[in-house]
Design a binder for this molecule. Structure first.
Ligand SMILES: C[S@@+](CC[C@H](N)C(=O)[O-])C[C@H]1O[C@@H](n2cnc3c(N)ncnc32)[C@H](O)[C@@H]1O
Length: 238
């Protein structure tokens, strides 16, 4: 597949945006979206993912654990995880990392266990393997969603977990028609699960995705996705 790129092939369709234009779009850069989910409770990662990230990481201790949250928003879930690890496992080797396009973090980390990075998930990539990768309602705003899903699956340590909210309906052919079928087929082939009720892709590492697709660009005028908020469709030739 084409690399996620500022160089998406938008020349053939003026409606499609490259990454730089998408990141300036009011659909991506707005105050209406929920950036403030905590770790557990009513408005939380545990609720939307169906599992508690802290519990998943704690289970893997005393081995060193690493969690990367892509499109982490205000970073509340990570900040709360940092607090809980400090209180319950002060000596454990824990690395927590959040990445978001907008540096709108709730507060600064309290320790070197947590880093909050302002960067675009279109380009940012970690070094080393990861025990837990989450992307909670973030892919809806990404241009090349298939490239980011492929990358995140590739970061997993053996037995590591990926959980990302994903709307297969947001993957489109060049003409705007739905391309969910080949995408769901590839997720199945790679041994990944798609929970249509939660709109959640999950995988256990190692997981290798290979989408036979070339990214063309993104459309920020497609209207609301399943969350009810305006979302971005991603267009490909298959
Ligand atoms: C609906 S919010 C979810 C935030 C957080 N995961 C939560 O649930 O509280 C989506 C987040 O994706 C971020 N985002 C959008 N495009 C991005 C990009 N290209 N790279 C990194 N983050 C991005 C937005 O800034 C926003 O914080």
């Amino acid at each position: 597949m084409a690399s996620p790129g500022r160089g998406a092939d938008v020349s053939t369709d003026p409606r499609l945006l490259d990454d730089a234009a998408l990141e300036r779009s009011s659909v991506v850069a707005n105050n209406a979206m929920n950036r403030g989910r905590g770790l557990s409770g009513v408005n939380s990662y545990a609720r939307d993912l169906g599992f508690d990230p802290f519990a998943v990481l704690a289970e893997r201790l005393p081995a060193p654990v690493r969690w990367i949250d892509v499109c982490c928003g205000a970073g509340r879930a990570l900040l709360e995880a940092e607090e809980r690890f400090a209180a319950e496992y002060p000596a454990a080797s824990v690395a927590l990392l959040g990445v978001d396009l907008v540096g709108y973090f709730q507060r600064a980390p309290r320790s070197s266990r947590l880093r909050l990075v302002t960067a675009s998930a279109h380009e940012w990539r970690p070094e080393g393997v990861v025990d837990l990768v989450t992307c909670v309602h973030g892919l809806h705003y990404i241009g090349d969603k298939l490239a980011l899903l492929t990358a995140m699956a590739g970061w997993l340590a053996p037995g590591g977990i990926l959980a990302a909210h994903f709307d297969p309906g947001s993957i489109r052919h060049r003409d705007g028609s739905a391309a969910a079928r080949p995408v769901l087929a590839e997720l199945r082939r790679a041994g990944m699960d798609y929970d249509s009720r939660r709109h959640l892709v999950t995988a256990r590492g190692p997981a290798a995705l290979r989408f036979p697709a070339t990214y063309l660009g993104a459309d920020d005028t497609a209207g609301p996705g399943y969350t009810g908020q305006p979302a971005v469709t991603s267009h490909y030739t298959f």
